[in-house]
Write a protein that binds this ligand. Sequence first.
Ligand SMILES: [Zn+2]
Length: 319
Amino acid sequence: MCGDWKLLVNEDDAYDWKQETIIRILRNPLYKGYFWVQKCDKKHFKQRGRGYIPMQERTVIPSSHEAIVDEHTWDTVQEILDRHTKVKPCSSGYDNKFRGILKCADCGSSLMIHTDGRNPDRPLLERTYYQCRIYRVKGTRACSQHRISAADLERIVLADIQYHAGKVIKNREKFMRRVLGQMDTAAEYSQKNLHKKMDELEKKRKESDSRFIRLYEDYARQLVSEQQFRMLSAHFEQEKNGYTEEIEKLKAMADNLEDSACKAEQLANEMAGCAEIKELTTAIVNRLIEKIEVSEPQTIDGEKVQNIRIFYRFVGEIN
Ligand SMILES: [Zn+2]
């Protein structure tokens, strides 16, 4: 603790929390069962103030107390806070469900929301659209419009979620295999295969070691010359290093695969929870989606085509 605190507010105002208070609570790892090792650092006794360490630079370690919020929810909240988007509602009254996640496929900047006020009789969803921020600010010399209506975007995203959620419900294993296949090149191996291969290599490494010991014994009994000994021991050394390197590589692959499987599992759980949805909400978008890339519409064979890439949390794009 950095000092004693006294609550000098009257009881009626005690829960009249400001935004900073809520953010401080949301950022505190205490709620997910961790704590900050050190919050402030006085480098010198003459230093004025408390010397707070920025949150990102603090060391966090697991604690033995029970978590109030599960780790996954806590991480989701951090991601949303990190987007640094204003939480002010749109003046038009439209509930912007894609705050901070829409990106221009060409310049990478975010897409800005805009509502056309000219025809107030038209439904709000149809009058609301998104455009590349760089285009809005700098014009055509910097980027193009990348315009998409909120109605189209909501329809596409909802359909994509419903499609994948349906796949999870129908055949979860198949969904997992598909997602893993896209995430990792190591996914072509199963965890079992990797371990089998590692065991084989370990056996070869041991054999190489015992052959070296036999060689050394022969050398000690002067059955081989020093020159032969040097040459062969260099060969065994090289062989052993090769096996060790290969084993390390497979170990990293196995860890990676386990991590990817865990992530795919998390997405499958979230997806399964969205199987029945009929309408898109901000909470669903935040739970499932990390980023949506919007391309400039093109006309192909007289038809307007616009490429939308949806990157899901944990796993990325699902094709
Ligand atoms: Zn752009």
